[in-house]
Design a binder for this molecule. Structure first.
Ligand SMILES: [Mn+2]
Length: 237
């Protein structure tokens, strides 16, 4: 096996956002994965299932990144006026990747929109605009802990964090509502919202509502999440 500076080369697919004619990614995602010892591969935005299957066949992990709102029709609901615009290509792409990664037990880390996509992929639904948005939509302090989450004992997330309560940043106005099939809540905000969820039947199928990639340098909890994900990726064969 090839080695880059002592670590095995393992590729992690990273889903992009689109800005005009650019596929783009906030650099924190790529930097955190690289620092955790795996190689991030930014995907193009496409719902071409043949291309996505080919990417997955050669991948050891998947990161579903933050972004805009999921189309409510995809979880069987009418659009609330407070729901933001959807990107049908990104929705189709990420739902497909989530379902395939889940089916194949490919280590998957969902962040912000990512946990929401994972939940929809498993048949759950979302709050289109949480009543407590003021507490959760703190884009003004993207790298600061703004609310606590309680971490459920017995979960993968608890084994990673080894703490009952941590502070997290928060840049969302939607959230997981009814959990999808097999998805188990692993962390809750003080208002009761699900901030972490996982499927214990999979090696690593974990979503968090906060942004550990934005706190990688400052926060040991954030680094531990990426380290645990990278360890699962390295075990994937
Ligand atoms: Mn939050």
């Amino acid at each position: 096996m090839l080695n880059v500076e002592g670590y095995a080369v393992k590729k992690v697919l990273v889903t992009p956002c689109k800005n005009k004619n650019l596929y783009c990614i906030i650099n924190d995602y790529m930097d955190a994965l690289l620092k955790a010892g795996v190689l991030p591969v930014l995907l193009p935005l496409t719902d071409d299932k043949t291309a996505l299957e080919a990417y997955l066949a050669d991948a050891d992990g998947l990161v579903l990144t933050g972004g805009g709102d999921v189309e409510p029709a995809l979880y069987g609901e009418e659009r609330d006026p407070l729901c933001g615009p959807a990107n049908p290509v990104r929705d189709g792409m990420e739902l497909f990747l989530s379902q395939m990664a889940h089916h194949r037990n490919i280590p998957t880390l969902g962040i912000c929109r990512g946990i929401q996509v994972m939940n929809c992929a498993l048949g759950g639904n979302l709050y289109q605009h949480v009543e407590t948005a003021e507490m959760h939509q703190r884009t003004d302090v993207p790298r600061e802990g703004v609310h606590s989450v309680s971490v459920e004992e017995g979960t993968l997330l608890h084994r990673i964090l080894k703490q009952e309560k941590i502070m997290v940043n928060s840049r969302h106005h939607q959230a997981v509502n009814r959990l999808g099939q097999g998805f188990v809540a692993a962390a809750h905000a003080p208002d009761g919202l699900t901030e972490g969820a996982e499927d214990p039947s999979r090696r690593f199928f974990l979503g968090v509502q906060w942004h550990p990639e934005s706190m990688y340098e400052a926060d040991g909890n954030a680094r531990n999440i990426f380290a645990a994900f990278a360890a699962a990726v390295k075990e994937n064969s």
